[in-house]
Design a protein. Structure first.
Length: 155
């Protein structure tokens, strides 16, 4: 019984060790170039070109990051747009609630807005990016529009 318990404890420690390595980085479009939006409602942004997804906590199909372990995570996002009547704007959302946002608007030329935050997340907390209604975001093969996050430490 002691041997089984020790083996289970070792497996738990291995899993815990694996979970401590979490990082993802993705850009909006998987390929090509183009604008996302404007739409008459806010939408979840799905960052399709995943460069790094250590720990597989980011879902490229839904755009959702789900915390597999309690800890402090750092997220950053950069959104790019071309000048127009529509702003370039998005917000970082935790469990359905807006945390931080980024917004820029100008009639011509390229524009970029960025932001970042460190959050204490519980197991199962969900973080994602949401584009505001009537916004317009651009991305291409240079990967201007990105969303990244990583675990700083467990708690």
């Amino acid at each position: 019984a002691v041997k089984v318990k020790a083996k289970n404890q070792l497996e738990d420690l291995k899993r815990e060790g694996e979970v401590k390595h979490l990082a993802f980085s993705a850009s909006l479009l998987a390929s090509g170039q183009g604008h996302t939006g404007p739409f008459n409602t806010e939408i979840t942004l799905i960052f399709k070109h995943v460069v790094t997804n250590i720990g597989n906590a980011y879902n490229r199909e839904t755009g959702l990051f789900t915390a597999p372990v309690r800890g402090v995570y750092h997220f950053e996002f950069h959104i790019f747009g071309h000048g127009s009547n529509n702003p370039t704007s998005a917000e970082l959302v935790k469990n359905g609630e807006k945390v931080f946002m980024s917004w820029t608007s100008q009639p011509a030329g390229g524009q970029k807005a960025s932001n970042g935050v460190s959050l204490l997340l519980e197991i199962g907390d969900v973080v994602f990016m949401r584009m505001w209604a009537n916004s317009r975001i651009y991305d291409n093969q240079s990967h201007h529009t990105t969303f990244s996050g990583h675990l700083l430490f467990t708690m």
